[in-house]
Design a protein around this ligand. Structure first.
Ligand code: LER
Ligand code: MN
Length: 267
């Protein structure tokens, strides 16, 4: 299992669950000094930083890119794939596709989290799910041109009303034959929504491609009440080859959270 740490450069997400908010050269250096294998990038857009700059930092610090988040489209521009306004949906789609190209050039997948949006009176559930399935198909086909899958993340009930549980999202992905879509198991969301973390991971393991390894309170594992050892043992048993990514609050400090995260991934 490989470890990744989140580097956030989105001012609007300063209070979000990201470990380092420094300029990228500092973030990469901190990631390396804590012993992470990779970084997960949360950027304002695909134009913010050049591919060459990221590649240079990767080489300098021996770090992979685990994934690239797309949530800035929501927190910065209010875009979502299921907005009732077709123009907003189109902008959301384009914003994400640009980040899929950006990530693909770095050999990484992109993630759909908050940009999935929510259904509403103006965009009822069935219509929203149709729109979501079509968007996932289009976006994941772009990802496939880079031999990547597109990562879809079920979120807890306070952040979306589309899919909250891994099993429901896995069913949706299968039903729509979204073969280039994989799921993100964010243990913080799962703690709110699933009956058992272990049971859901075991049952839907083949659908899971990325993990946000966060404790029940969204702090580093060990700072809340999730049984990390039981999850790590299960992931070892299932031979999980993906990332455990630190999408966690930088508490009590970013460095302390990063250090605890690394400790918590060692059985
Ligand atoms: C994104 O990975 C996520 O987990 C969301 O909760 C961000 O708001
Ligand atoms: Mn997450």
């Amino acid at each position: 299992m490989k470890t990744a740490v989140t580097l956030c450069r989105v001012a609007e997400a300063a209070a979000g669950p990201f470990v380092f908010h420094d300029e990228l050269p500092i973030g990469f250096a901190k990631a390396q000094s804590h012993g992470f294998d990779a970084v997960e990038l949360f950027l304002p857009s695909a134009e913010e930083v050049s591919i060459e700059e990221i590649q240079q930092l990767q080489q300098q610090h021996s770090l992979e890119i685990a994934a690239v988040g797309t949530g800035a489209g929501m927190v910065k521009h209010g875009l979502s794939l299921t907005d009732a306004d077709p123009l907003v949906r189109e902008k959301a789609l384009n914003f994400i596709i640009e980040l899929v190209h950006f990530a693909g050039k770095l050999g990484a997948p992109a993630i759909l989290g908050s940009m999935q949006g929510r259904f509403s009176a103006a965009m009822p559930r069935d219509a929203a799910l149709d729109v979501l399935a079509n968007a996932l198909k289009q976006i994941s086909q772009v990802a496939a041109t880079y031999q990547q899958r597109f990562i879809y993340e079920p979120l807890n009930r306070y952040e979306t009303n589309l899919f909250h549980r891994i099993g429901d999202a896995a069913h949706f992905v299968r039903e729509h034959q979204l073969t280039h879509v994989t799921l993100l198991a964010d243990l913080f969301h799962m703690n709110i929504e699933e009956r058992s973390l272990e049971q859901s991971i075991r049952e839907h393991f083949s659908a899971i491609g990325h993990i946000h390894f966060a404790d029940s309170n969204r702090q580093a594992m060990g700072f809340g009440h999730t049984n990390a050892a039981s999850i790590l043992r299960l992931l070892e048993e299932l031979d999980y080859q993906g990332y455990l990514s630190a999408e966690i609050l930088p508490l009590p400090t970013a460095d302390a959270a990063a250090a605890q995260f690394i400790l918590s991934t060692q059985l």
